[in-house]
Design a protein around this ligand. Structure first.
Ligand code: ACO
Length: 402
């Protein structure tokens, strides 16, 4: 590792690294990934252990404060999060400004950005107490904001949070309850939901987290920074891949069409890629995908849709791709988005909600990384350089002489 900032100060060393494939923009103690081994650790704890033994709010505590909470600490944390699940009533009016057919991610970018207009007492980033309140507010309100976006786009009334439910069950309640019916949250679905949140909680300096850090490095308030992260997450090369993946599986439709799509993914003249395959850092199986695959089987078992054609296509596509040297030589393995969409669809979510669910899960990662950055006394504004390839100096030409 070369600390280029010191070399730069000594006389001007310049690196060119489009896409930041080998440039660290910060140091961090939150998340570690060994892409070759397929290892993901949060504060040192492996993701598969956290997915099996922990739960999302405990993982939130771990990411934010650096250690596993004691029983009293987690009780207190859950209490603090639960107290903030409601959104300012005025915000409900904000939703009605959107078209009903708006993508829920479009609504979320707007609503989360607007939070800085509603919660003035947690926008002063120089005050550690305000930073803490902003973090708790973001974690607490994101499920409410995402569920409201969903309800708005399907034309149903908003469902208020229920603070007697756990985090995942409350989200399912806000999405699927309707006033005229009793909705009972199934504990297996709630557990699967919690696991999806846990598996997406943080992933070091991915594009959206880097966006949050870059926005925050200028001193922007945390709600504005998270809105920037949501915008970045939306793209199909990042968080939008879960929606794109399920749409691709449906487009393939039947297993006999898989070879045609694999051939397209290999054809360099065709922009088509297998969605849910490949990762910038993992050059081995994504450890989150392993857990997600297990969870998909459990949920499909429960819902009695083992014969789901989408899952059949997914399983066969994975098999054929992993037998193909194009994918194995390039180390293109299924990533977390490959299976998450199948679970979410089985739960009853439309594809447009997949990325908002990713956004609400990743909020804790964004806010933990933002807090780490703001708390670092050596923090500088993020300001990448460029390799200029344009015209050299030339004189202005008057319009009549051009
Ligand atoms: N299907 C077919 N070929 C692929 C795929 C794919 N899904 N992914 C990469 N490749 C090929 C590229 O064409 C390239 O081939 P070449 O060396 O012959 O030119 C090679 O593999 C390397 O690909 P890059 O695009 O250079 O790799 P990069 O690290 O920049 O991209 C990315 C990673 C964006 C995830 C890419 O693999 C991709 O587009 N995957 C599909 C989208 C996806 O699933 N995104 C989710 C990411 S995980 C997340 O955000 C939670």
């Amino acid at each position: 590792v070369i600390d280029i900032t010191k070399l730069y100060a000594q006389g001007g060393v310049f690196t060119y690294d489009p896409g930041f494939t080998s440039t660290a923009s910060c140091d961090s103690t939150i998340t570690f990934i060994d892409g070759n081994k397929g290892e993901l650790l949060h504060r040192g704890y492996p993701i598969d252990q956290l997915a099996a033994k922990s739960h999302f709010l405990e993982v939130c505590f771990l990411l934010l404060y650096g250690h596993l909470p004691t029983a009293d600490e987690i009780d207190d944390f859950e209490f603090r999060v639960t107290r903030h699940t409601m959104v300012h009533e005025q915000m409900t009016k904000f939703y009605s400004g959107f078209r009903r057919d708006a993508h829920p991610m479009a609504i979320m970018v707007g609503v989360v950005g607007a939070m800085s207009a509603f919660y003035h007492d947690s926008t002063d980033i120089s005050d550690p107490w305000q930073r803490e309140v902003a973090s708790i507010r973001m974690i607490a309100k994101m499920p409410t904001i995402a569920a409201m976006a969903y309800k708005y786009t399907i034309g149903q009334p908003f469902v208020y949070p229920r603070n007697d439910l756990d985090y995942a069950s409350n989200f399912l309640h806000m999405c699927f309850s309707v006033p005229a019916e009793n909705y009972e949250v199934n504990p297996i679905l709630s557990r699967a939901m919690d696991r999806i949140f846990t598996l997406h909680a943080d992933h070091e300096q991915n594009a959206s987290t880097s966006t949050v850090r870059l926005a925050g490095s200028s001193g922007a308030n945390p709600f504005a920074c998270i809105a920037a992260g949501i915008a970045c997450l939306w793209g199909p090369a990042h968080g939008g891949a879960n929606q794109a993946c399920l749409e691709m599986l449906k487009e393939i439709g039947t297993v006999d069409r898989i070879p045609e799509f694999i051939a397209r993914a290999k054809d360099k003249d065709d922009p088509f890629r297998l969605m849910g395959f490949g990762h910038r850092v993992y050059k081995n199986f994504d450890p989150r995908a392993k857990v997600m695959k297990q969870s998909a089987d459990e949920v499909l078992d429960l819902m009695g849709i083992e014969d789901n054609p989408t899952l059949q296509v997914a399983k066969e596509l994975e098999k054929q791709a992993l037998e193909d040297p194009y994918f194995t030589d390039k180390k293109l393995f299924p990533n977390v988005d490959f299976y998450s969409g199948i679970i979410l669809e089985a739960m009853g979510f439309p594809t447009s909600m997949f990325t908002p669910i990713f956004a609400l899960s990743r909020t804790v990662g964004w806010i933990s990384q933002w807090k780490e950055m703001i708390g670092d006394p050596g923090q500088k504004i993020g300001r990448p350089r460029q390799l200029y390839m344009g015209e050299t100096l030339r004189d202005y030409v008057d319009v009549e002489d051009r």
